[in-house]
Design a protein. Structure first.
Length: 315
């Protein structure tokens, strides 16, 4: 449909009807799917290189050498359709990841017109920081993967061979990458909660003991290695990022207090009141008003006020 026709379908307030919203959603989804499909096809062409790249963390046995104990491992396919399904899985994953700028932009273009100016500003900041943080976590996971795999296969007793299914190796690699990438987003979530006024920097600073303990326990549980390398590789950077988020939040709270002293108060918390008594001025005389119309008009026999037994009550 031409753009002029679409503009004519809007109501006088500029709102778009439901049919036009659905049509725009369909177009956005189509563009995102086309990008994912195109990148997936390219990944299929280079699927062998991708499989070798993702399984590089496994210490493979040299040609003609049989795995004995934990010195090396042999990567295998354990079912007939495993080579085909693994290739499709890796190619589709590559399509989703590498085409993410396109379909994320299409999603943003569909949602952005309904956001306020401040919401758009926060969204830009969140996306601009989330992408490099996730990339840093994923890269760190890929760096420690060889150490993790080597420690795991070293537990194999002598006389046993390590025959690793390639799909299991890929699942392990993707899981580690996702866990490290998402863990690096924790400080960003704390900063966004502070910017929206949900969480103060002083409260985050008071949690530092529990947060550090929880981060190290999480690193020990989520990393499958028995040595402290994997735990420290995950918990160390997250701890540094956490204190960075606390410092940023404290500075932001100080700036907020300068502009609005009551900004950190809860909704049900009373603000501080100035109860200093003020000086009272001189008392001004006020004439008393007549209680009845007859008193004001001077009726009942004269122009003045009639008194009875000393009272100005005509009744």
């Amino acid at each position: 449909m031409p753009k002029s026709a679409r503009k004519q379908e809007k109501d006088p307030e500029g709102r778009m009807p439901l049919v036009e919203h659905l049509r725009e959603l369909r177009n956005r989804l189509a563009k995102g799917l086309i990008a994912i499909t195109a990148v997936t096809i390219v990944a299929l062409v280079y699927s062998e290189e991708l499989l070798q790249f993702l399984s590089r963390s496994v210490p493979k046995c040299p040609e003609g050498v049989t795995s004995d104990g934990g010195n090396c491992a042999v990567v295998t396919f354990n079912t007939l359709i495993a080579p085909f399904s693994t290739t499709i899985q890796v190619s589709l994953t590559a399509g989703l990841v590498l085409a993410s700028p396109v379909w994320l932009y299409q999603l943003w273009a569909f949602v952005a017109p309904g956001l306020h100016k401040n919401e758009k500003k926060y969204t830009y900041a969140f996306v601009g920081a989330a992408v490099p943080l996730f990339g840093a976590g994923a890269y760190l996971a890929y760096l420690i993967l060889p150490v993790s795999v080597k420690v795991l296969i070293s537990l194999t007793p002598s006389g046993s061979a390590n025959l690793l299914a390639l799909n299991d190796v890929l699942d392990f690699t993707l899981r580690m990458v996702l866990v490290f990438g998402l863990a690096f987003e924790l400080p960003l979530v704390l900063v966004m909660l502070n910017l929206t006024g949900v969480l103060t920097g002083r409260r985050m600073a008071g949690w530092w003991r529990g947060v550090i303990m929880g981060v190290f326990v999480f690193g020990a549980v989520i990393t499958p290695t028995t040595d402290p390398v994997g735990m420290l590789a995950l918990a160390g950077p997250i701890t540094v990022l956490y204190f960075g988020a606390v410092g940023f939040s404290l500075l932001n709270d100080r700036r907020r207090r300068r502009t609005d002293p009551d900004a950190e108060l809860d909704d049900d918390e009373a603000s501080s009141l100035d109860l200093t008594p003020e000086a009272v001025g001189a008392v001004e005389p006020v004439s008393a008003a007549r209680a009845l119309p007859e008193q004001a008009t001077g009726e009942h026999g004269g122009a003045g006020v009639h008194r009875l037994n000393g009272y100005d009550d005509i009744t």
